[in-house]
Design a protein around this ligand. Structure first.
Ligand SMILES: C[S@@+](CC[C@H](N)C(=O)[O-])C[C@H]1O[C@@H](n2cnc3c(N)ncnc32)[C@H](O)[C@@H]1O
Length: 187
């Protein structure tokens, strides 16, 4: 039985939480220690130290773009990470993540980003016909949103140097972040 996130009893994990764990999550996994990290672990080391079917919801904000496409021995790490999201979720559980859109300003200006995505990059997670060679779990698609808002907001005006604001202005109206919600099927 899956509990509703935010309602008492629902167990929520934030993967790649850093020092900013999602307020809905009781637990946070990250490779570096911080007050918000309860599971200190490198997510590329699989399996994660978490039992199967533990969580009602997994959230992950601005984490996936830090994962290399492949491990040193050629394993497709992105699919393995999604398989771990799947394993630690209860059947019927929800995965909610966001990542920079490949065409956005934030995507390419960060040297810690390992690979970038468009919304269409994720189609293989719910449509097995597109890339039949890779074994993986099939997710149910729930929702997709792309945020197009490069705006020079008051925070940017106050904090970003003039040159950064000039770059940001070039991207006004372009896609910024991808927000995707998937569900692990009940059976
Ligand atoms: C851009 S920060 C996002 C932090 C937080 N989720 C947020 O939205 O502010 C990316 C986080 O992913 C974590 N991370 C990157 N690669 C990781 C890995 N292999 N295993 C665990 N955590 C990782 C980093 O340590 C960092 O805290």
């Amino acid at each position: 039985m899956v509990a509703t996130p935010g309602v008492s009893g629902a167990r929520v994990l934030d993967v790649g939480c850093g020092a900013k764990r999602d307020p809905r999550a009781q637990e946070g996994l990250d490779q570096f220690p911080s007050k918000d990290v309860t599971i200190l672990h490198d997510a590329t080391q699989i399996p994660w130290p978490i039992a199967d079917a533990t969580y009602d919801m997994v959230v992950s904000h601005q984490f996936l773009e830090h994962i290399p496409q492949r491990s040193d021995n050629g394993v497709n790490l992105i699919f393995r990470i999604f398989d771990e999201f799947w394993r630690v979720l209860k059947p019927g559980g929800t995965l909610q993540f966001d990542t920079p859109h490949a065409d956005g300003w934030d995507a390419n200006n960060d040297m810690t980003h390992q690979r970038l995505f468009t919304p269409w990059s994720f189609k293989d997670l719910w449509d097995m016909s597109k890339n039949p060679l890779y074994p993986r779990k099939r997710w149910d698609f729930v929702a997709l949103r792309v945020d197009r808002g490069y705006v020079i907001d008051p925070w940017m005006r106050a904090h970003l140097p003039r040159v950064d604001r000039a770059f940001a202005r070039l991207h006004v109206g372009r896609p910024r972040y991808i927000y995707l919600t998937l569900r692990k099927p009940l059976a």
